[in-house]
Design a binder for this molecule. Structure first.
Ligand code: C2E
Ligand code: MG
Ligand code: MG
Length: 680
């Protein structure tokens, strides 16, 4: 209620928006008001001066100067000042609100003063009071005042006017008095008149008229105020809604920092400025590694808090730079290259503080738009920084990478591989190459290793090095291995049907095959479908595959051996080698890694090591096989120490089956007698 009364009176607190609205409305009204005032006053001045020149005015000039000219010029001057100021305000050239307000009050005061002054003069002459009323209407109705202010202006001005005119003109019985003046001198007549007026006062009709005018102007003033106020409040809420809408379009709701829409538009502006040193800018892309697990482990609430903290940290670390959240746990920054490395390091360090028992790691990719293929388009730049960032993901020791062209090519190929494996299998782009494995006894082929190749129409013949790891990373390796198993089985069936040569094939299995599908079951199904004897299908497992989930793999390997397959240990000694593997698992063949042969002629230690491995293999009832044999010298040595089988370029590179057959037919390779013709 109190609030309502205060509002009605115009005494409530107004928001800056509403105040501004009133101010602007008044400034616009002042333009009309001052123009009318200026035109009128100029006209009045001209009119009076013309009458004076024509000698139509009875009194001396000083009389008119004091009574009229001064007032005309005063109002004209005020009108001009007001007009100039309000025009400047509308044009946005002035922002001194206090000056404007003072001018407005002064102008209004002068208008009312003028109205009273002129009307009093007119009234004395027995004419009308229109000037006063016009000025009142002008000031109180054209401008918007708070009701109390309007009330004060109106009441005070009406009272002053009343005071001024009361007793000036005879009212009750005025005419009879005038008639009785007879031969009195003017001074005597005036005095008499005053005396009569003093006793008579204003007529009731005049009082009522003035009161009605006062009241109606006041009511108009109040209703004008409320109309403008409700418009201002409506506009304010509209503007607020608009502001919220536009905020939502540029702010990230979760973290409160800017979003990508804002980043792109601002980054475009920044790189476009003439003053921007383009050589010294860098786009950074941040990604929190293992954030997904953090979310899973501690819940979304905690995850969101972490994102907010990280956003804040990034903003603090790169003050004055453009910082935005791209999506999820990905942030982008446009900043100066100079000093950025130190900042990234310190940020990384701070993020470490958030690790609980998870390994949270801030990864960063950077792109500097310099050099030949510099691209300043913010979307492209962020994409490149992201490329760089993605290249260090899951790399324990590396946290930062700067973008370069080769990196992009590598990453594009990576993307291509993950996206196109299914199509490649369907279109027959995945091929099996066979590399012969020979005995050291007579160099005849006793086995073949099946090695995958991807013959791509756009990228050419891809070696496994460019796709195995990627497929493992994206957990798609089992699809490839299943495809190889089927092709090998098909090749066997074809050879058997045609009575051609074919040796037992060793297949490379990935550790993930056992997790992602029932690879043993699949192998059995294929062997049955294509009627392949189990001793023709061996399985190679790398020692690194055996480092975890031992129980799981143990069972799978036992199943394989029970089904009649031989299981080989591949790449023995390649890195994670542990003799425990030999203790815990049973293998039929031990494949000694080619690394042992790399420094064969120079390194004196190689020979005794190989010698020992071979004799250990023998003691453990396994067949020894050394891969990567490239020279006769290596072959002779391996033979001399009793290594039973070898594989390497000395005999043949991995080749398609047809090529292998040609090599055998040409006598360049021999195949063990028992495999010269498969008939089953
Ligand atoms: P791996 O099983 O150790 O295969 C032997 C690799 O050594 C083959 O490389 C072969 O071309 C290469 N090699 C053989 N002899 C020599 C030699 O004398 N000198 C040199 N420098 N290299 C020789 P490739 O074909 O590039 O295969 C690389 C690796 O990719 C393989 O290593 C294997 O781990 C994996 N891989 C190949 N095919 C498949 C597959 O179908 N499935 C799975 N899971 N992995 C596969
Ligand atoms: Mg292998
Ligand atoms: Mg190997």
């Amino acid at each position: 209620m109190k609030q309502k009364i205060l509002r009605w009176l115009g005494l409530e607190h107004q928001s800056p928006y509403v105040k501004n609205h009133f101010y602007a409305t008044n400034m616009r009204s002042s333009i009309y008001m001052s123009v009318v005032v200026i035109v009128l006053e100029i006209w009045m001045i001209i009119r009076m001066s013309r009458m004076w020149f024509r000698g139509e005015l009875p009194n001396p000039f000083s009389y008119y100067l004091e009574k009229y000219y001064i007032n005309y010029f005063l109002l004209l001057g005020a009108g001009i000042v007001m007009l100039v100021y309000s025009l400047l305000y509308i044009a946005g050239k002035t922002k001194y609100r206090r000056v404007g307000k003072t001018l407005l009050y002064a102008f209004s005061f002068i208008c009312i003063y003028f109205g009273i002054k002129i009307s009093v003069g007119d009234y004395t002459k027995g004419e009308q009071m229109l000037t006063f009323l016009t000025m009142e209407l002008f000031t109180v109705c054209l401008l918007v005042w708070r009701p109390v202010v309007g009330f004060l202006i109106l009441t005070v001005s009406y009272l002053v006017y009343l005071y001024k005119i009361s007793g000036l003109v005879p009212v009750s019985g005025a005419y009879s008095v005038l008639h009785d003046l007879g031969d009195l001198t003017p001074e005597e007549a005036y005095e008499k008149l005053q005396a009569v007026n003093a006793s008579s006062g204003l007529s009731d009709a005049t009082k009522i008229n003035l009161f009605t005018m006062w009241l109606s102007t006041l009511l108009f003033c109040i209703s004008n105020y409320h109309k403008t106020l409700s418009q201002a409040l409506k506009d304010e809420s509209l503007e607020e809604a608009n502001r919220r809408l536009s905020d939502a379009s540029i702010m990230d709701e979760l973290t409160g920092i800017h979003n990508m829409f804002y980043f792109r538009t601002e980054a475009e502006k920044i790189v476009g400025y003439v003053t921007t040193d383009r050589e010294n800018i860098v786009f950074l892309y941040f990604d929190i590694e293992n954030f997904k697990y953090y979310n899973e482990k501690y819940g979304f609430q905690a995850g969101n808090t972490l994102l907010r903290d990280v956003a804040k940290l990034i903003e603090e670390t790169f003050p004055g730079s453009l910082v935005s959240r791209l999506s999820d746990d990905h942030f982008v920054v446009l900043t100066k290259h100079e000093g950025s490395m130190e900042r990234i390091k310190s940020l990384s360090h701070k993020i470490h503080g958030y690790q609980k028992d998870l390994h949270l790691e801030l990864k960063c990719g950077a792109y500097r738009p310099v050099g030949e293929d510099a691209d300043l388009d913010p979307s492209v730049a962020c994409d490149r920084a992201r490329f760089a960032c993605n290249s260090v993901k899951r790399r324990y020791e590396q946290h930062f990478q700067q973008y370069d062209k080769q990196l992009e090519q590598r990453l594009r190929l990576k993307q291509y591989i993950t996206n196109n494996l299914d199509a490649a299998i369907e279109n027959g782009y995945i091929e099996v190459f066979y590399q012969p494995i020979v005995t050291t006894e007579d160099s005849s082929i006793v086995s073949l290793e099946a090695l995958a190749r991807w013959r791509d129409p756009t990228h050419g013949l891809l070696p496994p090095g460019s796709f195995i790891e990627i497929l493992e990373e994206h957990r798609q390796i089992h699809k490839l291995d299943q495809c190889i198993i089927e092709q090998v089985c098909r090749d066997y069936r074809e050879a058997a049907d045609k009575g051609l040569a074919f040796a037992p094939v060793s297949l490379n299995f990935s550790r993930l095959d056992f997790e992602l599908c029932d690879i043993v079951g699949f192998l059995e199904t294929m062997a049955e479908t294509y009627r392949v004897p189990r001793e023709y299908l061996d399985v190679e497992i790398t020692e690194s595959a055996l480092t975890d989930q031992q129980g799981f793999l143990q069972a799978a390997l036992t199943r394989l051996r029970q089904a009649g397959h031989k299981v080989w240990l591949d790449d023995f000694g390649s890195g994670y080698s542990s003799l425990n593997v030999l203790k815990d698992y049973q293998f039929d063949v031990l494949k000694i890694d080619m690394k042992f042969l790399s420094g064969f002629s120079g390194n004196q230690k190689t020979r005794p090591i190989l010698n020992n491995i071979v004799s250990l293999t023998r003691q453990l009832n396994m067949i020894s096989l050394t891969e990567g044999v490239e020279t006769q010298e290596q072959f002779d040595f391996l033979r001399s120490i009793g290594c039973e089988r070898v594989q390497g370029y000395l005999f043949s590179k991995p080749v398609p089956l047809s090529t292998l057959r040609e090599l055998i037919a040409d006598g360049k390779l021999t195949i063990a007698q028992e495999y010269a013709q498969v008939t089953e």
